[in-house]
Design a protein around this ligand. Structure first.
Ligand SMILES: [Zn+2]
Length: 443
């Protein structure tokens, strides 16, 4: 036994429901997986509780504390962390060329990389994010530092060696020399991360990462897809994010960007495509058929998405959805903030925003999502995206969880549903009292 937790908490039961686990004992085995979840009436409850106590492995939650699965951030640009909350009043091209690319180019400096990535991974863990799917930079050595910091701060990282080789679309100082260079650096990163993992306690995963269609040649995209197949690796990119990006593919290739990515072999059940605000029905059919996940980044979308992602429509289309912070297109490292924004944005989609339009025609009916659905995206949707048994508290799943405190209001009784909703809306970094990854304490 690695750990036992005694108390109450929540796990997602479906896209619209949660399960309240009332006064249970979660037993975590030596491999970091949940062995069993039992309650006081089960035969082995007393003996396991005693065993956990005697081995000093028991964590007992206080009355106002609850356990939740750790969150999975399915889209975040690690090198942009110093810019979180900066320059969001700039148009996209200025934001990229004056703020984002110059910063990303600094990561050739490995001591700068270490300083930023140590701080970032620690911050995310402190916010209850136990797994993050990162874009790194174009520098393999720096991305290896990110992997090292994930391991140090006990976070599971899926880490992308960013590929961008089109000289017309990227600055000269921050560019892969050729498609062959993109592919060679990605291969080097994969091989060296495999070496590093031999001593990592929390294993880190390389991700095939063409930045987005406009920044890559077709030769690079095809070569990267071959690597993904050869090494059986996850893939990430951006897709149908903005009017500009969507229009770029149509103008250059006469096709939707999802179609071009698919033709290059990059759209499968290990692919995560960020944003998707402008996906149309035929794109969604492609996502559904190929099992591609959309990473919904609701804060970032307000700034750069040119629209609100219709979460409910996409879920009804049987397309998997995760949630992402998209630092620094989004300003907050907190998945709680993104849970809230996904709910707020869906409300606005439903009611509409331009009051000069008649109320009946202003919004998109049946768009509103609840906190339970947003929680599903942050946990189960994310876990499906990365094909790992996490994001749920069930036997056989990785013991990735957070312990959160919620101060009850003395003047109002609360049901377990009320408490859950309050946890989603009111939790701050300070309220997250402990975080475990594979049953190892990270906070
Ligand atoms: Zn992004």
């Amino acid at each position: 036994m690695r750990l036992a937790i005694k108390g109450s908490g929540y796990t997602s039961a479906s896209k619209t429901e949660i399960e309240f686990l009332n006064q249970v004992l979660i037993v975590v085995n030596d491999q970091g997986k949940i062995e069993k979840i039992i309650n006081q009436h089960d035969d082995d409850y007393a003996s396991l509780l005693q065993l956990a106590k005697s081995q000093n492995k028991l964590v007992e939650l206080s009355e106002n504390q609850y356990f939740l699965p750790g969150f999975i951030d399915t889209h975040i640009h690690a090198p942009q962390w110093p810019n979180a909350g900066l320059a969001l009043d700039k148009p996209l091209n200025e934001w990229l060329n004056e703020y984002t690319f110059p910063l990303e180019a600094k990561y050739q400096d490995l001591s700068f990389s270490e300083k930023v990535y140590d701080n970032l991974t620690k911050n995310l863990v402190d916010f209850g994010t136990t797994t993050a799917v990162y874009f790194g930079t174009i520098y393999p050595e720096s991305n290896l530092v990110l992997a090292k910091m994930c391991n140090k701060n006990r976070q599971r990282g899926l880490i992308g060696q960013v590929a961008m080789d089109d000289p017309d679309m990227n600055p000269e100082y921050y560019l892969d020399k050729s498609a062959a260079d993109s592919i060679a650096k990605t291969k080097r990163f994969i091989d060296e991360l495999k070496q590093q993992n031999q001593t990592n306690v929390i294993k880190q995963t390389p991700v095939i990462t063409p930045r987005f269609l406009p920044s890559c040649s077709l030769e690079a995209l095809r070569g990267l897809a071959n690597l993904a197949n050869q090494y059986d690796l996850p893939i990430q990119s951006h897709c149908s994010e903005s009017n500009w990006e969507n229009g770029y593919a149509l103008e250059k290739y006469g096709k939707r960007d999802a179609t071009v990515l698919d033709e290059c072999g990059l759209m499968n059940n290990r692919s995560i495509m960020a944003h998707g605000t402008l996906l149309n029905d035929s794109d969604l059919n492609l996502f559904e058929t190929n099992g591609v996940t959309v990473s919904h980044c609701p804060i970032s979308n307000v700034y750069f998405g040119d629209g609100i992602l219709p979460v409910k429509r996409i879920l009804n289309h049987h397309v998997n959805l995760g949630l992402g912070t998209d630092i620094s297109g989004g300003f907050s490292p907190s998945m709680y903030d993104n849970v809230k924004q996904s709910i707020l944005s869906s409300q606005q989609l439903q009611s509409g925003v331009d009051t000069r339009i008649d109320a009946q025609k202003r919004g998109v009916p049946d768009s509103r999502i609840t906190a339970k659905t947003a929680f599903y995206l942050a946990t189960v949707g994310g876990a499906k995206a990365i094909n790992l048994p996490t994001g749920e508290l069930k036997p056989g799943y990785l013991a990735d969880l957070q312990i959160v405190e919620n101060q009850p209001k003395p003047f109002q009784p609360a049901t377990s549903d009320d408490i859950f909703e309050n946890l989603m809306y009111a939790t701050t970094q300070n309220d997250i009292k402990a975080v475990y990854v594979e049953g190892l304490q990270a906070k």
